[in-house]
Write a protein that binds this ligand. Sequence first.
Ligand code: IMP
Length: 181
Amino acid sequence: MRSFENKNIETLYSAEDLQNKAKELGAQIAKDYGDRTEELTVIGVLKGSFIFLADLVRAIDLPLNIDFIGVSSYGDGTESSGKITITHPLSKPITGKDIIVVEDIVDTGLTMKALLELFEESKPASVKVCTLLEKPERRQVTVQMDYVGFSIPDKFVLGYGLDLAGRFRNLPFVGVNQGDA
Ligand code: IMP
């Protein structure tokens, strides 16, 4: 247990666990896409994926394009609404491109489903999804996930890009808040 900002946070996955997982997924992606001639486009979903994406892409030994899309999926509460607002658009068209969408976590699945529907409108050549974490017990819709780091129980996690009310993204590990210190 470590104390950050006066909270007791129990480590679920250490920095080393996360880096090893990013390396494993990156190597798998490089293997799966190795024989394609088209350049792969990796799209990070902001803000939560930024640290995972940084580790993941360094483990993909292929020519890559990296882009980001900013999405806000929560209204005022902490439940996904299924409606997404694009807070930061892609910088380049994805028509005809092989894309991999990188998320920090798939929870209800509503955000990823809405995002995939949005991307499909641009007619990419192929779409795959890579998520560091997923919570199977919380799923409300079936959603495509091609590369999954860890399946976790129904607990709110933070760190390594994941936030609690905008904070804790900078923790080097993924942890569970155990209450105030
Ligand atoms: P979904 O639409 O319910 O799948 O929610 C996806 C988004 O909810 C993720 O991209 C996160 O931003 C957020 N989220 C879901 N569960 C957690 C969690 O345990 N910690 C931090 N953010 C979470």
